[in-house]
Design a protein around this ligand. Structure first.
Ligand SMILES: O=C(O)CCC(=O)C(=O)O
Length: 282
């Protein structure tokens, strides 16, 4: 990206809540990532798919050192640095694979720090880095999101205040409004290997996978301005949400600079996934 593009990308991320960097994973890394994910997905028992019919698989990364390479993948860190985020830290991630012919993912946002006033400011406390391993379209379960909903209240915030429930995960009632199309949403269609970077506060979902092949995404959670976050937030990330030490130790390089550490004595910020009244309408 040229420096002008990087300025545009930063503005788009901060104001709209997401930005797409094309073709970040090279062909070899895409191949290795797909092979690794397929192996883990193929090993899952049927109960896993039943419990996660709406989301798709929820495979944590910490059992496989391969994912250290993806987390520290230089082109992605360069994309963050180009937007001014030069010292990001990483907390966790999942392989989320929607099987063929599976229902939509419910609307939700993933930020848990709404008790702190910093969460109502424009700069992102936490970003998702999403790598889709196949080209996505509305037919095979592309990402949907509501631009600007990371900073402004949308009707969906009140319709489904916290969608992370077992019933919604199991997709027991697909007429529930959490799965519906809603005003202001857009489809984010990508090519395999593109990188979608988004603010964890943004309302997002995915379309149903109506195709006959699986649609896999890997979501990685980064904290782009970790050092600037309030102490209680750093304490929560650095103590409660940090990656497993044994996993990081298996990386074929030193991961220390990507691991959030907190050595102060502040009380970790409480977990609250529901935005308060300070999140106002535009
Ligand atoms: O499956 C998708 O496309 C989106 C995954 C998602 O919502 C997430 O990782 O938070």
């Amino acid at each position: 990206m040229s420096s002008l593009d990087a300025t545009v990308a930063r503005k788009q991320l901060i104001e709209e809540g997401y930005v797409v960097f094309p073709q970040v994973l090279d062909a070899e890394m895409l191949r290795r990532t797909t092979e690794t994910c397929d192996r883990h997905i193929d090993a899952l028992p049927p109960e896993h798919f039943a419990a996660q019919r709406s989301t798709g698989t929820m495979i944590g990364l910490f059992d496989d050192p391969f994912f250290t390479e993806l987390v520290a993948y230089r082109p992605a860190l360069d994309a963050l640095a180009s937007m001014g985020f030069e010292r990001p830290t990483f907390s966790s991630g999942y392989v989320i694979s929607k099987p063929p012919q599976s229902p939509p993912l419910f609307w939700h946002q993933d930020w848990w720090g709404w008790n702190d006033p910093h969460s109502y400011q424009p700069l992102p406390q936490q970003l998702f880095l999403m790598y889709y391993l196949v080209d996505t379209t509305p037919h095979n379960g592309c990402l949907r999101l509501i631009p600007r909903s990371h900073l402004y209240r949308h009707a969906m915030h009140d319709i489904v205040p916290d969608a992370h429930t077992d019933d919604l995960r199991r997709a027991e009632d697909l007429s529930h409004p959490a799965y519906n199309d809603i005003e202001g949403q857009i489809d984010v269609t990508v090519k395999a290997g593109d990188l979608v970077i988004g603010d964890s506060r943004i309302l997002h979902a995915s379309r149903a996978n109506q195709s006959d092949t699986r649609r896999t995404v890997i979501t990685l959670w980064f904290h782009p301005i970790y050092d600037e976050l309030p102490e209680a937030m750093r304490a929560a990330i650095g103590r409660r949400n940090r990656p497993r030490d044994e996993w990081a130790a298996k990386a074929p390089f030193d991961m220390a600079r990507l691991i959030p550490t907190y050595e102060g004595d502040a009380e970790p910020l409480g977990w609250n996934r529901i935005p308060g009244d300070r999140l106002s309408h535009a």
